[in-house]
Design a protein around this ligand. Structure first.
Ligand code: SF4
Length: 431
């Protein structure tokens, strides 16, 4: 460890080191304050979305950027010649409470490199969040990273203090992990995930019987997968995510386009921009798994293992199943409405509610949130078809293909021109 430096210096280094972890659904803050420590932009304030759609700002920081491991893709790996600093648990707690009192944040996202060994590091993390909860009586949101390989009792203690815990999987396959993160094992990652998943389910059941049972990670667990650092295809990634949701009670899988921060011949050759569009399509496929009832093999199969970059995956599925369309919105079951391009979860719910009061006409659908420019090829209302013609799959593909006016490799952002109400989909992948 190099010289300790001032708290402000450490904060800047450790917030910088945390920025590659996007599993808190972060986005940069533009709030600046040139005096004192209240500079949200440089000090890792990020935003996270709660299950009810509320945006909360988090102090996103590493406990330390020192690490005994040497993962090829990581800026903090031990072979990088960089200044290493560490915060004490008391400093983490003081910083968090200081930002909180200034009304800059509503919570903490705490990750770390591995110092000495996983258990020692985990104990430091726990001490930081214990201090926040017990000494400062902090009731804000806490998301803490579990160090792979840590004792499961420590994992359980962390989850008693945190709202959300996550173990980053990073590489989707065992082979990718062995090549790029040889110090970690699949078992060291999956074992705590399983334990967290089981404790979440068990604690929820126990708390239904008695509210005196302390909560365990009430906001669930999440993980992050790096996309494009190793050779996995999208089908492997989508199948893995489906398994994590089904078997491990995972709340959210985040996808992070690979950013080459190190020179390493095990990594892909640098490209102009990270695979952000691929990342975006994976978020859309993920949304199909979580909210639209799709199975992974409906989205992709062994003959088409990659998502189409020109078309969203629900439109792609619809084009391969044109025999099912058009569907009559006044009769179609909710599950079928969800499969119509341009009809989302909220518009499908509104259609089902509204049609109880009488048959819906085409011109009432846009008011219910249906994106008619996509849906019109796939629906009828009172037997009426809204499109000017019923094109074949090739014709429809060219009509539905996305032709962004800006550089298509730009990461979709909150302010992209996707139309009213679509802003949320750029973060979540909702279709
Ligand atoms: S264990 Fe984490 S911090 Fe350490 S090198 Fe690997 S990814 Fe980086």
């Amino acid at each position: 460890m190099t010289d300790p430096g001032s708290l402000e210096e450490k904060l800047a280094i450790l917030a910088e080191g945390a920025k590659y972890d996007i599993s808190c659904a972060s986005s940069g803050s533009s709030r600046r304050n040139r005096h004192g420590i209240g500079n949200a932009a440089s000090c890792g304030i990020c935003h996270s979305w709660t299950a009810d759609g509320r945006c909360v700002s988090l102090l996103k920081i590493l406990l330390t950027n020192a690490c005994i491991y040497d993962c090829a893709y990581c800026i903090n790996r031990r072979s990088n010649d960089t200044r290493r600093v560490i915060l004490t648990p008391a400093e983490v707690a003081e910083l968090t409470i200081g930002f909180y009192r200034r009304n800059f944040i509503e919570g903490l996202f705490l990750s770390t490199g591995v110092v000495r060994n996983p258990d020692y590091t985990m104990e430091l993390l726990i001490e930081a969040i214990r201090t926040l909860r017990e000494t400062y009586r902090f009731n804000g949101y806490i998301h803490v990273k579990v160090v792979p390989g840590a004792d499961l009792l420590l994992v359980e203690r962390a989850g008693r203090y945190a709202d959300r815990v996550s173990v980053n999987m990073e590489l989707p396959t065992r082979e990718g992990l062995a090549l790029l993160a040889p110090d970690k094992s699949r078992e060291a990652i999956v074992t705590p995930m399983r334990r967290v998943g089981a404790l979440i389910v068990q604690t929820k059941a126990e708390r239904k019987v008695s509210r005196t049972v302390p909560p365990f990670a009430p906001a669930g667990q999440s993980t992050q997968l790096i996309v494009g650092a190793s050779g996995e295809n999208d089908l492997q990634i989508v199948r893995l995510s489906a398994g994590l949701y089904d078997r491990l009670a995972m709340k959210r899988v985040y996808y992070s386009a690979f950013v080459p921060v190190n020179r390493d011949n095990r990594l892909p050759a640098p490209v102009d921009t990270p695979p952000l569009l691929r990342e975006h399509r994976l978020y859309q496929a993920d949304w199909l798994l979580r909210y639209y009832g799709f199975a992974p093999d409906e989205i992709l199969d062994d003959d088409r293992p990659f998502l189409d970059l020109t078309l969203d995956p629900k439109a792609d599925w619809a084009l391969r199943h044109l025999e099912l369309f058009p569907v009559e919105v006044n009769r179609a079951p909710y599950e079928i409405l969800l499969r119509v391009p341009g009809i989302g979860v909220r518009s499908a719910e509104r259609i089902v509610r509204a049609r109880r009061g009488g048959h819906l006409a085409l011109d009432s659908l846009a008011k219910l949130g249906v994106v008619m420019k996509r849906a019109r090829y796939f629906i009828t209302a009172r037997g009426q078809f809204a499109a000017d013609l019923s094109p074949d799959a090739a014709g429809l593909r060219s009509r539905l293909a996305e032709r962004p006016t800006r550089d298509r490799w730009n990461q979709p952002s909150l302010f992209d021109d996707h139309g009213r109400g679509d802003w949320r989909s750029t973060i979540t992948g909702e279709l």
